[in-house]
Design a protein around this ligand. Structure first.
Ligand code: GDP
Length: 476
């Protein structure tokens, strides 16, 4: 027996009465809190047009296996760098990778494998995801992978807080990640870091030296000035998180990127999150599996074992899993092969496995079920004034039962990045006098994100208000 009729109803976004009615129609008498067995669940979900996936006991166990407190040791923080284009994300990543902080370890030509780890001057390890920007960050999150522990937001001191700076802040905040601000290009004559602090303060991001909670460091990604201090601040944030993992168990990690290499076959970069990944391990990642033939780090150095928070390139998988796929070590090749082929099968039949996202029409139903407490909204508009006015009005629609959150607001067309954020945070997108880009529309269709377009502010507010009142007077 798995879950109650009530829980099942809320998972499917239908009222429990509907579930009970369907059961009656099928000759099954169930009550609201009755726990249902696998067969009943399969029949009921089928009636509502859903497929269910029951994890095998082994699979479930390997995912939720709890570690003993005593087995946990500190692990390095995993960091993503975000910020506006040209503010210096790539330069900062490159500087850290190539500079003193990385020295002390055998040199060699560093290569882009999607992530790298360095040793700081104070002897602590930090791992960086090597794809800067919030798109990759949020795409992973939309796929259910939370990899990043701390976010660095880069702002150029000779420029302003820009739209993508705000977007990056919003994406990091939506993920609940601690943020360290790096004010970059401090070497430039036109640098004015106080202006950046001021602009950040104007958006409620108050830096520590001004009494706020955000650590901030002036740096130059060109000369390296301030970078060791920046890394220490990242470590401070990490310390608060008490990041720990158990190195003495079968590894679980996340796929960062994967490709087909002519000479070496499928090459998969994995970030080990817990356990130790070893050469010879049998692994399952997404719908692919294989035996780890060899592992290398970002310097191309061979590795026999990779502890938690270590990025490694793995050879030996039978295909290229997707970024964000979980990788886990399996006991037997047979088991890995079976699970991989099950997943391939499931992917074929997929359609239903795309998580159902909130839509305006569904708000009432979800609220009636009682599982809905927050309505996340992304607002895009043609001019700043209307974006602000609309956002303010929407915030005011919050009731004691439902809090309206504006995850991101900005001027410009609705982008893929907006849709990814909506998918990762289960949000509705409201466009005022703007439309989605072609790619954003395609992605929204695929991810089933509700995009509402308005040309009159009043209509937008009223429709949302109606939807929210619908949830206050449920028609069950
Ligand atoms: P990204 O788009 O955020 O990845 O930005 P880049 O790292 O590509 O940097 C954009 C430009 O700014 C490049 O021409 C860099 O050389 C330059 N740049 C980055 N950081 C600094 C810095 O600290 N000082 C100076 N003077 N130039 C920088």
């Amino acid at each position: 027996e798995f879950i109650s009729a009530n829980d099942l109803a809320s998972l499917m976004n239908v009222s429990v009465n509907e579930v009970i009615k369907v059961c009656l129609g099928l000759g099954m008498f169930v009550s609201i809190n009755q726990r249902l067995d696998a067969e009943a669940i399969t029949i009921i979900t089928d009636e509502f047009g859903y497929d269910v996936e029951f994890l095998s006991a082994e699979e479930e166990e390997s995912i939720i296996e709890e570690d003993d407190e005593a087995d946990l040791v500190d692990r390095a923080p995993i960091v993503t760098i975000m910020g506006h284009v040209d503010h210096g994300k790539t330069s900062l990543l490159d500087y850290i990778r190539n500079s003193r902080v990385a020295s002390g370890e055998a040199g060699g030509i560093t290569q882009h494998i999607g992530a790298y780890d360095v040793m700081t001057e104070t002897g602590k390890r930090i791992t960086f995801l090597d794809t800067p920007g919030h798109e990759a960050f949020t795409a992973m999150r939309a796929r259910g992978a939370k990899v990043t522990d701390v976010v660095i937001i880069v702002v150029a001191a000779d420029d302003d807080v820009m739209p993508q700076t705000k977007e990056a802040l919003n994406h990091a905040q939506a993920a609940g990640s601690p943020i360290v601000i790096a004010i970059n290009k401090i070497d430039k004559p036109a640098a004015n870091p106080d202006r950046i602090r001021e602009q950040l303060a104007a958006m409620n991001v108050l830096v520590e030296e001004w009494g706020g909670k955000y650590q901030c460091q002036e740096i130059s990604a060109k000369s390296g000035q301030g970078i060791p201090d920046l890394l220490e601040k990242v470590l401070l944030e990490a310390e608060i998180l008490e990041l720990k993992a158990n190195p003495n168990r079968n590894a679980v990690g996340t796929v960062i990127e994967a490709s087909l290499d002519k000479g070496r076959g499928y090459v998969t970069t994995v970030l080990v999150q817990t356990g130790t990944l070893k050469v010879g391990d049998i692994v399952l990642a997404g719908s692919h599996y294989g035996r780890v033939k060899a592992m290398t780090d970002h310097r191309g150095k061979k590795m026999k074992a990779a502890i938690p928070s270590t990025p490694v390139q793995v050879l030996g998988l039978d295909g290229a899993p997707q970024a964000g796929d979980k990788l886990q070590v399996m006991e037997t090749e047979r088991e890995a092969r079976e699970l991989a082929s099950n997943r391939t099968q499931l992917q074929r039949e997929q359609s239903m496995r795309t998580k159902k996202h909130i839509t305006l029409d569904e708000i009432g139903r979800r609220l009636a079920i009682g599982s809905f407490k927050e309505l996340n909204v992304i607002v895009k508009g043609d001019v700043d004034g209307s974006v602000e006015a609309l956002s303010d009005s929407l915030l005011k629609l919050s009731t004691p039962e439902v809090q309206v959150n504006i995850l991101n607001k900005g001027v410009g067309q609705i982008s893929e990045s907006d849709v990814l954020l909506a998918s990762a945070s289960d949000a509705i997108i409201i466009g005022f006098q703007v439309r989605p880009s072609l790619n954003a529309r395609k992605l929204a269709e695929q991810e089933q994100i509700d995009i509402r377009l308005y040309s009159i502010i009043y209509n937008a507010i009223n429709e949302l208000k109606d939807a929210m009142e619908g949830m206050l007077a449920p028609t069950v």
